[in-house]
Design a protein around this ligand. Structure first.
Ligand SMILES: Nc1nc2c(ncn2[C@@H]2O[C@H](COP(=O)(O)OP(=O)(O)OP(=O)(O)O)[C@@H](O)[C@H]2O)c(=O)[nH]1
Length: 607
């Protein structure tokens, strides 16, 4: 296909504004797949997923479209990850496109991720097609939302489309607009190969499959290639595209989007953002600087049963094959035994990993409270990175402490400004900017406001997001980006159960909150640890000083008490049953703690 007849684009939107629904509609209306077939296809994929234990999803779909001008066009729809945790992947995806369909839900208007995505698309000089979606909904307010789109983003009504991804209204116009407004790809087909990797996954049979956009030159099956950032070399086993089925072809040319099968064993060798070139005739410069994923959030992951450690290790190794952003190191906790300290891109990433480990690998796990990484300059001048709160040196050994901050942007109806400001104060945020979006429409509280803050990342790892949602009745949307390290003044709280230090419960907090957090931790523990045959003191300490204490009074419980007489089988049965119950327990010295208790305490809000 001639480059002038190719259009590479993506759909950008806030969560739930209808990205997937519109993508399906585009596939259907260009005839790539019939509606009945699409559900079949989804089923097939799920079967395959179950079989191979990985998620197979077409990250770029090629659509053939005959436009009103009578010409055939090749439209590449590239999927963008929908969450801020994966913002680097989003930016690489945008770099593979020339245009973006910006969807705004007419029942919701502009949300935090709408803005974040638009700014990213502008940075990449993409042609943006503003599109109001869900116009079939009677509860929609297209005029108000149009006003926002115009005043906040600067798009005129004439250039903004109105569609329903669900009913298909306006979709033919959208396809025509993509052909007319999105520029064809540039790039030199005769220059040495340069292709950008914007996604990758591991396939058991073909090794790592890399999705790429060929910028210059061409890729053929059998080519020997090199990654300019990571230095990996590989031979191309297969070249192809998705329509949305896998379609192998002999080559991909400049301007085209598709995949290569590399035979590589882990996605870490072939990561998003790197530039692929030819090994024999390499290009001089990469397309952009390659930046390996950097974990921002850390937590310990341990098996509930110490004997499951080896299974956990195998599961981590397998997950890592498919997730270059996951990092882990073996860790040994006096309480939890052998496990891993893992690094994640953010909280969502952490949840995904944890869920996959439990669901796909059938493991029962304990996850410690998420924490950030601190830079500590010791009094002897050595700089160390601390990712496990229990390893923070004593205050007397710390000359300087730094922690990561984020810039956050919150969008809310104006009647919640006070609520958000109060919350930000509680969570240590610093106000930077307030801006009213669109025009007031008369009804109080309908105008929306953008509030920008700086905040320690540490605060984001607490109940911040849940509280923001509940205190604004679900109206707030949030977006954030990393903003470097700043000086911190924090202390470590240790928790002692029956005079034993429980490292998994250690927290790092501002000194003025130490007492409250300590109290909340010990009371929570008191609630969830079942009474035992002896008294159990629970203490929270900062340095050597106890800041909170609670006691669990002794209770006698004898499962055999009811078995008078000598029915030995009955006794054995009861003891077996009790043993089963104990499997779900963790022991802190002599104290048995149910797994759920761990979770509820690890999640205790620490603000
Ligand atoms: N009435 C109506 N509902 C729609 C339309 N487009 C999407 N929806 C509904 O809105 C919800 C979210 O749509 P999705 O397509 O899953 O949204 P998304 O943006 O892909 O969501 P994420 O993948 O979570 O980011 C679903 O319940 C859809 O059925 C539309 O044009 N009209």
């Amino acid at each position: 296909m001639r480059q002038s007849h190719i259009r590479n684009f993506c759909i950008i939107a806030h969560i739930d504004h209808g990205k997937s629904t519109l993508a399906d509609r585009l596939i259907e209306s260009t005839g790539a797949m019939r509606r009945e077939e699409m559900s079949e296809q989804v089923m097939d994929r799920m079967e395959l997923e179950r079989e191979r234990g990985i998620t197979i999803k077409a990250k770029a779909i090629r659509l053939n479209y005959t436009a009103a001008d009578g010409n055939s066009y090749l439209l590449n729809l590239i999927d963008t990850p929908g969450h801020v945790d994966f913002s680097y992947e989003v930016s690489r995806t945008l770099a593979a496109c020339e245009g973006a369909v910006l969807l705004v839900d007419v029942t919701q208007g502009i949300q935090a991720q709408t803005l974040a995505n638009v700014y990213l698309a502008m940075e990449h000089n993409l042609e943006i097609i503003p599109t109001l979606n869900k116009v079939d909904l009677p509860s929609g307010e297209p005029e108000r939302v149009m006003d926002e789109v115009e005043s906040v983003l600067g798009f005129s009504e004439a250039e903004t489309l109105r569609i329903s991804g669900k009913t298909g209204v306006g979709v033919p116009e959208l396809l025509e607009t993509i052909v007319k407004r999105v520029p064809p790809p540039g790039g030199d087909p005769k220059a040495p190969l340069r292709a950008l990797i914007f996604d990758s996954h591991y396939d058991q049979y073909k090794g790592v499959i890399a999705y790429l956009r060929v910028v210059d030159g061409r890729i053929k099956t059998g080519d020997r290639l090199k990654l300019m950032g990571q230095g990996t070399t590989l031979e191309v086993l297969e070249v192809g595209y998705f329509n949305p089925r896998e379609c192998p072809v002999s080559s991909l040319e400049a301007g085209e989007v598709g995949y290569i099968a590399t035979g590589l064993k882990t996605v870490g060798d072939c990561s998003v953002g790197d530039t692929v070139t030819s090994l024999v005739e390499p290009a001089h410069a990469a397309l952009a600087a390659y930046r390996p994923a950097k974990p921002m959030v850390f937590a310990g992951i341990y098996p509930t049963q110490a004997s499951d450690y080896h299974e956990l290790r195998e599961a981590m190794e397998r997950l890592k094959l498919n997730d270059a952003s996951l990092s882990y190191e073996m860790e040994n906790s006096p309480l939890l035994g052998h496990g891993f300290r893992c690094g994640f891109l953010g909280l969502l990433h952490m949840d995904i990993v944890y869920e996959r480990l439990e669901r796909e690998f059938g493991l029962s796990l304990v996850v410690t409270a998420p924490a950030v990484s601190y830079y500590i300059t010791r009094t002897d001048g050595e700089v160390i990175t601390v990712v496990n709160p229990s390893e923070l040196p004593a205050p007397a050994d710390i000359a300087r402490m730094e922690e990561p901050w984020v810039k956050i942007r919150i969008l809310v109806p104006s009647n919640y400004i006070g609520t958000v400001m109060e919350m930000e104060r509680e969570f240590g945020g610093i106000h930077r900017h307030t801006e009213f979006l669109g025009h007031a429409t008369g009804t109080e509280g309908t105008q929306r406001v953008q509030l920008d803050y700086d905040m320690p990342l540490r605060s984001m790892l607490t109940s911040f997001y849940d509280q923001l949602k509940s205190r604004t009745n679900g109206y707030a949307s949030l977006d954030y980006e990393f903003d470097g390290y700043r000086d911190a003044r924090l202390v470590k709280i240790d928790v002692l159960v029956n005079n034993l230090l429980v490292d998994a419960f250690s927290r790092i907090v501002p000194p003025e909150q130490a007492q409250d957090v300590g109290k909340s931790l010990v009371h929570k523990l008191k609630e969830v640890i079942p009474r035992q045959l002896f008294n159990i003191p629970i203490q929270a300490a900062v340095g050597g000083r106890i800041v909170a204490r609670a006691d669990i009074a002794a209770k006698r419980k004898d499962v055999l008490a009811k078995c008078y007489g000598g029915d030995i089988t009955r006794k054995r049965k009861l003891l077996e049953k009790q043993k089963e119950g104990k499997k779900k327990m963790k022991s802190i010295g002599q104290v048995e703690v149910p797994k759920e208790a761990f979770f509820s305490v690890l999640k205790t809000d620490i603000k």
